[in-house]
Write a protein that binds this ligand. Structure first.
Ligand code: 13P
Length: 254
């Protein structure tokens, strides 16, 4: 049975103290989750050891990073390797977020290397894809996202793909308050699952967790998560407040 996940992406927000309080409040308010339902908290690099210590020994709630570097080690001033993340207690890593693709010029070639680094170091990958508004307006989003997935993930084996979650985040919905409709989300998630099925087979596609991201809130999460191919969410703004984030977690747990 495939996993359902609600993942928090804090992006570049919160001091260590604020992050500690937020995690404490999430732990305190977290509903009981069955074994296939999980929470991931992707905090900034400097928070990771603290977040990992707070979540240590807790069931179904995991620590994630928001990025890693494409090389294993060496003279790359300011970068963080997947091996370092693993040693800090990190379990998941977000790869290819649209903000990294746009502001840090991350190409599909770099994302292949980052994904390989993450998987080689025993991390679970949350691989992001999603189209800009102009592509949605031209109604070519299916081809656009398919290309991102083929170029970013199709070098992986079936065994490796089991450690990958895909997050569909239409760029026009990120931080804009403009959520994709549940029909738009379902249509794209179904397309992604078909793309994976064609390459890896139906079993692999059925096992794959596909998250929706983009202005997901407690008020729209239940409708989005009720779609058959939407297996949870990757949450930005609403993950910075415990009550809002837990409202979205409840939509998964019902
Ligand atoms: P928002 O939830 O703030 O729209 O951000 C979504 C996102 O980018 C999560 O990675």
């Amino acid at each position: 049975m495939r996993k359902k996940i609600v993942a928090a992406n804090w992006k570049m927000n919160l001091t260590l103290e604020e992050g500690k309080t937020l995690v404490d409040n999430i732990i305190a308010g977290q509903p009981a989750l069955s074994a296939t339902k999980k929470i991931v908290i992707a905090s900034p690099y400097v928070h990771l050891t603290q977040t990992a210590a707070q979540l240590n020994g807790k069931d179904n709630i995991h620590v994630g990073a928001q990025n890693c570097y494409s090389e294993a080690s060496g003279a790359y001033t300011g970068e963080i390797s997947a091996g370092m993340l693993k040693s800090a207690g990190v379990e998941y890593v977000i790869i290819g977020h649209s903000e990294r693709r746009e502001y840090f010029n991350e190409t599909n070639t770099m994302l292949v290397k980052k994904t390989d680094q993450a998987l080689n170091n025993g991390l679970e990958v949350i691989f992001c894809c999603g189209e800009p508004l102009a592509i949605r307006d031209a109604d070519t989003q299916n081809t656009y996202v398919e290309k991102q997935i083929k170029e970013g993930l199709f070098h992986l084996s079936n065994e490796q793909l089991k450690h990958v979650v895909i997050a569909y985040e239409p760029i026009w919905a990120i931080g804009t308050g403009r959520t994709a409709s549940s029909q738009q989300a379902q249509d794209m998630h179904n397309h992604i699952r078909n793309v994976i099925a064609a390459q890896y087979g139906q079993d692999a596609a059925s096992y794959l967790t596909i998250l929706y991201g983009g202005s997901c809130k407690p008020s729209n999460a239940a409708e989005l998560f009720a779609c058959p191919d939407v297996d949870g969410g990757l949450i930005g703004g609403a993950s910075l407040k415990a009550d809002e984030f837990l409202g979205i977690v409840s939509a998964m747990s019902n």
